[in-house]
Design a protein around this ligand. Structure first.
Ligand code: ADP
Ligand code: MG
Length: 286
């Protein structure tokens, strides 16, 4: 490959909002056979909204919002927005602790409280009724968090994030180009599968703890070169491990630094365009 041809390739792509760090990255794109996607903020818009609250709405929101006031997770933003909308009063928070891939714990008004997924439950148990409601909501592609206070479960909050309009189109195009498509997410299996069904992704790897995303990439690489597309802090190791790391421009700084390609428009169609560009560049100048 001549540097001029690469400059042309990358210069033209930059105008389209596809930033490619160097020629080797563009060349690696041409080898990719598997495309792996993070869910939240990559396939979905990344602006989750509270849709359902089970339990005493005021109390559940008050405790959850107090806990989430110290968190930077997208789910925290959704819960805080809802609490603001309902004019829920602020509460005293102490000993805040974020548990990655699970949720948060703290003392709220001196009482021990938590909000997060089922992995955070430990000794507290969900009643059969709550379990059934949770399953139902998850099948509707809603992420459900449990709110606990003083060892009791006081309610559930369902939060919905929708696929970007172009995600399904991009995934169809990738599959047509012969790519294996995989979703890799920390969210629950049911929710992940429901979103995967909406955008027709073939495989789902769910309930993945942040530290394990890169290991899943390594496993997939045993079969063929992998591109990983992500946006979060927890996606950075997977972005550097993959043969090609593709970061969303809307992503966290660490994700953008870890990506060989940055998609300024946050549009998965640009993954398709990057593949086409690499093919053109490297099949033309041999
Ligand atoms: P993703 O791969 O979707 O970015 P994360 O690893 O950040 O997922 O989180 C995985 C799961 O952990 C979430 O779906 C949620 O159930 C739980 N969780 C993480 N942080 C929080 C939080 N601040 N509040 C409530 N739940 C949380
Ligand atoms: Mg994400």
């Amino acid at each position: 490959a001549t540097p001029t041809a690469l400059m042309v390739g990358t210069g033209r792509s930059a105008k389209m909002g596809i930033l490619i760090k160097n020629g080797e990255v563009l060349e690696a794109v041409n080898t990719v056979k598997t495309v792996v996607f993070d869910k939240t903020g990559t396939i979905t818009v990344g602006k989750p909204k509270v849709t359902d609250i089970i339990g005493d709405e005021n109390q559940v929101l008050k405790i959850a919002a107090a806990l989430e006031s110290a968190s930077e997770h997208p789910l925290a933003t959704a819960i805080l927005d809802k609490a603001n909308e309902k004019n829920i009063e602020d509460t005293n928070l102490q000993n805040f602790q974020a548990i990655e891939g699970k949720g948060v714990r703290a003392q709220v008004d001196g009482q021990s409280a938590f909000v997060g997924n089922a992995k955070l439950l430990e000794d507290s148990k969900l009643s059969a009724e709550l379990q059934a409601q949770m399953t139902q909501l998850q099948n509707e592609a809603k992420t459900v968090v449990v709110v606990g206070l003083n060892g009791d479960i006081i309610g559930l909050i369902a939060i919905q994030d929708v696929p970007k309009p172009s995600s399904a189109v991009a995934i169809a195009a990738l599959k047509k180009a012969g790519m294996r498509t995989v979703m890799l997410t920390g969210d629950n299996q049911r929710v992940a599968q429901a979103i995967a069904d909406q955008v027709k992704i073939d495989e789902v790897i769910a309930d993945v703890l942040p530290g394990d995303k890169a290991d899943h990439i390594k496993k997939l690489q045993e079969q063929a070169p992998v591109a990983f597309v992500g946006d979060g802090i927890n996606d950075a190791p997977a972005l550097t491990t993959a043969n090609v790391g593709i970061a969303m421009g809307s992503g966290t700084d660490i994700a953008i630094e870890s990506g060989g390609i940055v998609l300024v428009k946050n549009d998965l169609m640009d993954v398709v365009r990057a593949l086409e560009l690499s093919k053109k560049t490297f099949n033309r100048i041999k």
